[in-house]
Design a protein around this ligand. Structure first.
Ligand code: AGP
Length: 614
């Protein structure tokens, strides 16, 4: 949700800010704006829509200042418009602010400021922030030292309820850029005689690989040649720098037309890297990053897997794995539901949080809730140092590399893979599943990268199918067991990038109501990979064929000669990890349908990559 970038150094800030915004465009594209310190005043340029609209503003190329902040908006308060675009300034035009997050008490603060003579130009929650800073700055009668500026920022944020990552510049202290965060992501990249700020690492990876990950309620005063960190009481402290191994080119398109297609094709590598050295045949699974004892695990009565969207779908597959291998009950929860439903949690509950970004607001809140009830928490994330990983008791990382497209693909398959390895690790500690069967599963997992390559060879076939169905209004996805989990994910993918209404059902459930929706010509996609359920799944598909449905079947089984319209064959593997293969044709199908419809695959309407608001 929203993306922010900041720069202080010797280059033209505008160039770095625009490049950063382009990398962050997936975080929202309702409007874009920059503020640059130019001849002792703040120059703000902003526009509704995408970064390209901002780049076309006359005069923007004349900005030569070397300190600036920038913002990409995903609207929460106030419609997408130029006046609601960030940066926002205070009435005196001395403080410019960009903000990611939500100020929950902004109406109250707006009223307070209005009563103190301030007026507002936008409908946003953010505009209270520069004015509050001005209010505290003006009422501080001490000398004009930098501390006065920092104190004003601190007092202003003390009044805020909600979440924020803020960047502030002022011509009063032109050699500084001040940042602070709470519950919204913010990283600082260290350069040589220049420093960078962004919502996430890929946005500035082309400039540096050395990062500081700002903590909640931590402030930083950034100069071109140094960075000072302060705690909530403005006591200065040192901070550890982290070197990020990601290669800058891994966040570029690399010759692919879209990030999503690139990321689909990166799945063999993502799985290979996620497996890493976590197991070998004949050796027990191990995680450097966690140390869970048999005594602890034997007392775990229940595991929750909590996540949102695609990550939650990965959790559903993970439930099957853990329950089968460990015989511990697993409940999968949508984070936004879990946090408000008073779940039964105690010290014998293990709570696993799955999040590609590690910044999803509901997942983070669910983690905090679980900790407050004494549960142990384990994060599964793709982003090193993200908020969820910093708060969980244990973290294990998928090594999918940066995922830029809003529609999650390689993160999903990597999450499924990692949860399967975690399940094997637990089972080996508990001795709850025959070792030879675990070894078989390990062999299947090690074979996945080459099998994914084989699935990707169906690319053209899927494209042809997409050409036939892209004008449709509704589609249905059916499956049983893990195939149902994949059906849910396939349906989500189709909705989010193709804007086609779709439903996913457990195939056996169809006749309890939804079959009423099946009519002549409707497309039904069936996933059949569990050999024990082949006949039952086929019967369910026959029920829709009888009612006139056109069918596409994704299968790793030799099916009896049936009257399916299209069949995509994929390699066989353990049914516990088969979603890693069967989801790929569905990812490609959504991709090609979206392309056929001329939509923006990587940046679907109304969506943002990282949902950092509730
Ligand atoms: C996936 O295609 C979606 N864009 C979305 O459902 C996503 O998986 C969800 O918002 C969770 O994000 P996270 O993994 O970063 O927490």
């Amino acid at each position: 949700m929203c993306g922010i970038v900041g720069y202080i150094g010797t280059q033209k800030a505008k160039e770095v800010l625009i490049n950063g915004l382009l990398s962050l465009e997936y975080r929202g594209y309702d409007s874009a704006g920059i503020a640059v310190l130019e001849n002792n005043k703040i120059e703000v340029m902003k526009e509704k829509g995408r970064v390209s609209n901002l780049e076309n503003i006359p005069g923007i190329n004349n900005l030569s200042g070397t300190v600036g902040i920038a913002h990409k908006r995903w609207a929460t308060h106030g419609r997408p418009s130029k006046e609601n675009a960030h940066p926002h300034m205070d009435n005196s035009k001395n403080f410019a602010v960009v903000h990611n997050g939500i100020i929950e008490n902004y109406s109250e603060l707006r009223e307070f400021l209005t009563n103190n003579g301030y007026h507002f130009l936008s409908q946003t929650d953010t505009e209270v922030v520069p004015n509050l800073i001005h209010y505290y700055f003006n009422n501080d009668k001490s000398d004009n030292t930098l501390n006065k500026f920092l104190r004003a920022v601190k007092n202003a944020v003390s009044d805020l309820k909600g979440s924020y990552a803020l960047e502030i510049i002022t011509p009063l202290y032109p050699e500084t850029l001040v940042v602070v965060r709470k519950d919204s992501p913010l990283v600082i990249g260290k350069g040589h005689n220049e420093n960078f700020v962004a919502s996430d690492i890929p946005a500035i990876l082309r400039y540096t690989k050395d990062f500081y990950l700002l903590d909640d309620n931590e402030f930083a005063v950034i100069y071109k040649d140094k960075i000072n960190f302060y705690d909530v009481n403005l006591n200065i402290h040192n901070k550890e720098i982290k070197n990020i191994e990601w290669d800058a080119s891994s966040s570029e398109k690399d010759g692919y037309e879209d990030y999503m297609l690139k990321e689909i094709f990166e799945q063999p590598t993502a799985i290979r890297e996620t497996i890493g050295s976590r197991f070998r045949l004949g050796e027990k699974c191990s995680f450097d990053d966690i140390d869970i004892s048999a005594d602890y695990l034997k007392n775990v009565h229940k595991i929750y897997i909590v996540a949102c969207g695609t990550a939650m779908h990965a959790g559903l597959v993970g439930k099957n794995v853990i329950e089968k291998l460990c015989r511990i009950p697993v409940e999968v929860d949508i984070a936004s539901e879990y946090r408000y439903r008073n779940p039964i949690i105690d010290e014998n509950t293990l709570c696993i949080f799955v999040s590609q970004s590690g910044e999803t607001a509901d997942t983070l809140a669910a983690l905090r809730l679980s900790k407050s009830h004494g549960a142990r928490t384990l994060a599964i994330s793709n982003v090193i140092g993200s908020s969820i990983t910093r708060e969980a008791d244990y973290t294990i990382y998928t090594h999918a590399g940066p995922e830029i497209a809003v529609a999650s693909t390689k993160a999903y398959t990597s999450q499924v893979c990692l949860i399967a390895i975690l399940g094997m690790y637990f089972a080996e500690i508990l001795g709850s599943y025959p070792q030879e069967k675990i070894e078989k599963l390990k062999a299947d997992i090690l074979d996945l990268p080459s099998k994914i390559e084989a699935v990707l060879e169906n690319n053209e076939k899927i494209k042809e199918f997409a050409d036939k169905v892209y004008t449709e209004k509704d589609m249905f996805f059916l499956g049983r067991g893990t195939d149902y989990n994949v059906a849910l994910e396939g349906s989500l993918k189709l909705k989010e990038i193709s804007y086609i209404h779709s439903e996913a059902y457990a195939a056996g459930e169809l006749k309890h109501g939804p079959i009423a929706l099946i009519e002549n010509g409707v497309t039904v996609i069936g996933i059949i990979t569990n050999k024990d359920l082949v006949e039952k799944s086929i019967s369910n598909i026959q029920e829709v064929i009888t009612r006139g449905a056109k069918t596409l079947i994704i299968t790793n089984q030799v099916l009896p000669n049936n009257n399916f319209n299209h069949v995509i064959n994929i390699p066989e593997t353990s049914e516990l990890v088969s979603p890693i293969l069967s989801v790929i044709p569905l990812q490609l199908l959504s991709y090609y349908i979206s392309k056929n419809k001329g939509l923006d695959v990587d940046k679907p309407r109304n969506l943002a990559k990282s949902v950092t608001v509730e």
